[in-house]
Design a protein around this ligand. Sequence first.
Ligand SMILES: Nc1ncnc2c1ncn2[C@@H]1O[C@H](COP(=O)(O)OP(=O)(O)OP(=O)(O)O)[C@@H](O)[C@H]1O
Length: 320
Amino acid sequence: MNLVDISGLTVTFSQYEGQVQAVRGVNLHVAEGESVGIVGESGSGKSVTCMAVMRLLREPQARIAADRLELAGTDVLAADRRTLASLRGRAAAMIFQDPMTAFDPVFTIGHQIIETIRAHRRVSKPEARAEAADLLRRVEIKNAETVLGYYPHQLSGGMLQRAMIAMALSCRPKILFADEPTTALDVTIQAQILQLIKELQAEFGMGLVMVTHDLGVVAETVDRVVVMYGGKIMEQGPVEAIFDDPKHPYTRALLASMPGQIGGRRRLTEIKGASPNPANPPSGCPFHPRCSLADAGCARAMPAFDVLTPGREAACWRLQ
Ligand SMILES: Nc1ncnc2c1ncn2[C@@H]1O[C@H](COP(=O)(O)OP(=O)(O)OP(=O)(O)O)[C@@H](O)[C@H]1O
């Protein structure tokens, strides 16, 4: 079964200035235990895609439409509030760049993890407390019992990130969405946290969707890569294929702008030209205004995906 099953997803935000077309026809599938990286520059629609399948976007400002939008076999567009609340946590959890978004500053770490466990499972408070301490140990927080009594501001950024991962894992989700989970951390801590996510993914047998602008992060952590640009998928395939033999000119440009140091924090700003304005996206292939290979046809229509091998596909007129 696919843990994530998305076909024809579009997400549009209504704003005073007009409509922002954040996601424009995305198909995405993640199998059990699989790890997938979604990469692309800022604003390409990576986060919104994940938030849409978790139904975490504020509606009706965000309008979500899809031919299929399923999380662990449940149609999230048809799901009621209760089903969604139970899905979030039990089926899927999400971690973010800023752990303060996951924690409430006025409660201790322990209180918040224990409450999360008890919101989803019938366990006594002492059992939940023991489990919370155990989870903190698994994310390599040494003085776990003490840390349970700490407030979020008493932990360093890296420690708080670990505590957020512990809280996300507390309901034993089938899939974890990690949205730029290490971007705010310094390089050594970043590498440790990525390693930890990878180990926990294997240990828990979870699916993983890693959202990042950093190809180095993807190289380190996932099996399959999905490259997004202007609200669309440009190319996808196994991580080795994407790195060794990128097909789409955008993927090639992304790789060329990659910092030498894996996990480095340089932003991908070196591709010439500006990323598309989602309020007024370019016609045809969204990358055509910046693509050195583009011709008039590229502005006319978005090409279909060329399936190079099963699971390896790219959408580029010049490839055809
Ligand atoms: N709540 C919102 N209201 C209006 N526009 C939004 C909202 N959330 C996201 N957007 C817009 O949707 C587009 C896609 O955003 P998204 O956050 O998915 O990009 P991203 O690829 O994840 O990049 P980043 O790394 O910057 O988060 C952006 O242009 C963004 O400004």
